[in-house]
Design a protein around this ligand. Structure first.
Ligand code: AHR
Length: 536
């Protein structure tokens, strides 16, 4: 066998999906205006989608976003203040708000990250001029004036229509501090002293805290704890964090990468008390040393391949952490919340290394699509995720510079996958050819499929091979689909990216290269492309 038959490799390699029954007909071949890629055509992949066996829902919050007090992720990127010459809505950048609304950001995590375990919520309420200035010790040692606090975060989420994920300070805070913050945010109007203080600060009605993070990376920047100690601390804080209104799911600080011992201890000691366990995993081209991760642009093909190889470890990590969770929680009540994921490269030349600024290229788009396919496969356990981070930091959706803003290739992937939010995942079997580079061999094709809330079927196909187009023969079992339309994201260079001067270098285009005939769909994926098809 020359390819990856994903029916024969661990279940991790088989992606969740739904069948489309009795597919009959027609050819909906609308010519693809995508620029021809003069590359060889490689071997074909085959995909079977069981459209008549829908699996678990892809929770909308899998498309969540992370915003931390880090670099220009908030200040300058989201929040400019009411007096700014940059067009804004009550201090929030209008361009950023609109762009994020357009991709229906479902959930936002704040205020960190490492920042969270040094954050004291009282610093960020009341008149801005009275808020204390502190040093952001984690990120660049810059002044933090606390002008973006609880009210500003909640106002942002409300403007986006997004659910809220607030990370509490467990590492350097107290259970009383967390408990009072929760009370301040959620106590009904006209009840407690803290509810009255909230009203004095401009907000009468309580907010909903959809998720409360019980610290962040308690094994590292959140306090360098042992897993058993962290689990005890988690239980202690949870005991006193009681929302006055609304359901508030508690997310424990979980493992990073392959730290299975952490998951074991957390589930054993805290499993009954928590609603979710966080997983953090960052993709790096050179994963041996954090000091040398590789550049975001101008990389060789070997680093294209190593990045796309490394990122697919997400599948193994989720599979193995889930297997541990299954022993303590066979009903899958506790979610695995991948609340930090994405690429992490060397900081952009000339920038403050503590600001974690990096460009975002077609390679990042590939990483995003591969991970969303993996999350779809694991929809039963992965019910929430947050890419790191939303604006200007790491694998961002948007980059800003003063008044200018540009959408990254990753933004466009989140746009292409919008139908996945809240859709039913569908079982998929994939037999993929191999993309080889030096000593790396990975499946050239990745796929996920869903039945959308709109009743349509949506299939995402990723060809990571930068050198060859791959034909795909797709069968939709159990559904009659007569019409196929599509969109594609690709570019001529592996590190193609958008800049303030050239914002449209990597952007989705209509794709008409898929044909339906008698229940079978044929499509040729151009090299290094993401194709999302809609079938009705
Ligand atoms: O996202 C940047 C940092 O990465 C976060 O603050 C921390 O949780 C992680 O180590």
């Amino acid at each position: 066998m020359t390819g990856f038959n994903l029916s024969f490799v661990p279940p991790a390699r088989m992606f969740g999906s739904t069948p489309i029954r009795g597919l009959a007909l027609a050819v909906a071949a609308i010519a693809a205006p995508v620029s021809a890629q003069d590359k060889a055509e490689g071997p074909a992949a085959t995909v079977t989608i069981r459209a008549d066996e829908p699996g678990p829902q892809v929770h909308p919050d899998v498309f969540g976003q992370f915003m931390e007090h880090l670099g220009t992720g908030i200040y300058g990127g989201v929040w400019v203040g009411e007096d700014s010459p940059i067009p804004n809505d009550s201090g929030y950048r209008s361009d950023v708000l609109q762009a994020l609304r357009d991709i229906k950001v479902p959930m936002v995590r704040w205020p960190g990250g490492c920042f969270a375990d040094e954050y004291h919520w009282r610093d960020g309420i009341g008149a801005p001029e009275n808020r204390p200035v502190k040093i952001n010790t984690n990120w660049g040692g810059v002044n933090e004036d606390n002008s973006f606090g609880t009210h500003e975060f909640m106002g942002f989420a409300e403007r986006l229509g997004a659910r809220t994920y607030v990370s509490a300070n467990i590492g350097s805070g107290t259970p009383a501090e967390t408990s009072q913050w929760v009370e301040y945010m959620t106590a009904p109007a006209d009840t407690t002293v803290l509810a009255k203080e909230r009203e004095e600060n401009g907000r009468r009605e309580p907010w909903t805290v959809d998720y409360l993070g019980i610290g962040n990376e308690l094994w590292g920047c959140g306090g360098n704890m042992r897993a058993e100690y962290a689990a005890d601390v988690t239980n202690r804080f949870i005991t006193f964090a009681k929302p006055g209104t609304g359901e508030m799911l508690k997310i424990a600080s979980g493992p990073s990468d392959a730290n299975y011992d952490w998951t074991e201890a957390m589930m054993k000691i805290s499993g009954p008390h928590i609603d979710g366990l966080a997983l953090h995993f960052y993709t790096r081209p050179r994963d041996e040393k954090w000091e040398d991760k590789g550049p975001a642009l101008g990389f060789p093909e070997s680093e294209w391949a190593s990045t796309l190889d490394h990122t697919q470890q997400m599948d193994e990590y989720i599979t193995r952490h889930s297997a541990i969770m299954d022993r303590y929680d066979p009903e899958k009540r506790v979610m695995l919340a991948v609340d930090e994921w994405g690429t992490w490269y060397d900081a952009a030349p000339g920038t403050n290394p503590g600001f974690l600024q990096q460009q975002n290229s077609l390679r990042d788009a590939m990483v995003a699509a591969l991970n969303i396919n993996i999350f779809t496969k694991h929809a039963e356990r992965v019910k929430m995720a947050a890419i790191a981070q939303m604006v200007n930091v790491l694998q961002a959706m948007l980059l800003t510079d003063g008044p200018r803003m540009v959408k990254t290739p990753t933004y466009h992937v989140f746009d292409l996958y919008q139908p996945w939010q809240g859709a039913d995942s569908l079982p998929v079997e994939l037999d993929s050819p191999v993309y080889r580079m030096d000593d790396i061999s990975i499946p050239a094709v990745s796929v996920s499929a869903v039945r959308g809330a709109d009743g349509a079927f949506h299939v995402a196909l990723v060809n990571v091979d930068p050198n060859a187009a791959h034909p795909v023969g797709l069968r939709l079992e159990g559904v009659d689909a007569a019409r196929v339309t599509g969109r594609i994201l690709t570019a001529s260079q592996m590190d193609a990216h958008n800049t303030f001067d050239n914002p449209g270098t990597v952007a989705p285009e209509p794709f008409g290269g898929a044909k339906i005939s008698g229940g079978a769909i044929s499509v040729t994926l151009p090299p290094k492309s993401i194709v999302v098809l809609q079938l009705r």
